[in-house]
Design a protein around this ligand. Structure first.
Ligand code: FES
Length: 319
């Protein structure tokens, strides 16, 4: 057991208990989301910086200098003093510009906010102090909005709120941008980008940025879905493909009556068997990304050239 002090109150953490879990167990209202060190919604600050260094992965230098750390990643072994972070320090306001349904389950949300980011990074959106989810940025800097593709889970608290209650001109808060999933290729590099479902969001942003930066190497985009009706942005990607000779888009579903029926994994193994000089971008669920990462590596891609963005489950609702 470890004793800590939280905003003046002595607290004893159980063996193996994170700071976040201990504070929640004792009834403190601490914002949190993924509990995986991804969304940064559980930011806290510490007086003793050396005791939280291992809970600062992914934080900016500015955040580290403020002694911020992630409560869900902090397992103290000795006494320390912690406090909540003023939300104004870490979040900015955003306004809903547009909310559009793209298919049965996926909604496009466009927000206006003053945010410096790279397409493909993600931010955490806040409904209120206690509910937040992380989503990838599908927009580019040239667009006057931040774009997100959000899958609606009927049991999901955040996505249901977004679909049922959030309206144009409403405001919400966000923090970020976060993550290293963005365009880093040299102009001639071949790129293979594989997305499942709303994994298309960051891929869409990165493809647009690459083409805007006049990427000349071949760009192969593989989009997978369980059913063909789950595809979205077909026209948009088709228009890009018609405009740029170096872009090829492959649509794969498991529908037995669809001409595009194919197992995505088998398709990639057959069609992209040599990836030794490629930049590879993968976005989807955990097992999908894990399997595709192994395939890309076995096909010759260097681990440092494989970029992965994985949906993290937030209380049953992937972000
Ligand atoms: S990073 Fe701690 S709850 Fe998401």
């Amino acid at each position: 057991m470890t004793a800590i002090v939280f905003e003046g109150e002595p607290i004893t953490l159980d063996e193996g208990e994170t700071v976040l879990d201990g504070l929640l167990r004792l009834g403190h209202s601490i914002p949190h989301g993924c509990r995986s060190g991804v969304c940064q919604s559980c930011l806290l600050s510490a007086t003793e910086i050396d005791k939280v260094a291992n809970a600062q992965t992914g934080l900016s230098e500015a955040q580290k200098q403020l002694n911020f750390f992630l409560g869900c990643q902090c397992l103290p072994t000795e006494a320390m003093t912690v406090a909540r972070v003023d939300a104004d320090v870490s979040r900015i306001k955003a306004t809903v510009m547009e909310k559009t349904q793209l298919n049965d389950q996926v909604w496009r949300l466009r927000l206006t906010a003053d945010l410096d980011y790279r397409p493909g990074q993600y931010v955490t959106l806040w409904r209120d102090e206690n509910l937040a989810r992380s989503y990838s940025l599908a927009s580019t800097h040239e667009q006057p909005w931040l774009e997100f593709h959000i899958r609606h889970y009927p049991e999901g608290e955040f996505s249901s709120w977004l679909v049922e209650s959030l309206s144009k001109d409403d405001t919400l808060e966000l923090n970020g941008p976060l993550g290293q999933f963005f365009y880093t290729a040299q102009s001639e590099d071949p790129m293979l980008m594989i997305a499942m479902g709303t994994g298309l969001a960051p891929i869409w942003g990165i493809v647009n940025e690459a083409l805007m930066k006049q990427h000349r190497g071949p760009i192969e985009v593989v989009v997978g879905a369980k059913q063909a009706k789950d595809f979205y942005y077909r026209e948009e990607l088709g228009a890009l493909q018609a405009q740029f000779d170096n872009l090829q888009v492959h649509w794969l579903s498991l529908d037995s009556d669809s001409p595009e029926t194919a197992n995505l994994y088998d398709y990639c193994q057959s069609n992209f068997s040599q990836l030794s000089d490629h930049k590879v971008y993968l976005c989807g669920g955990t097992s999908f990304v894990k399997k595709l990462r192994r395939y890309a590596f076995m096909a010759g891609a260097s681990m440092r050239d494989i970029y992965a963005d994985t949906f993290i489950a937030f209380g049953g609702e992937p972000g």
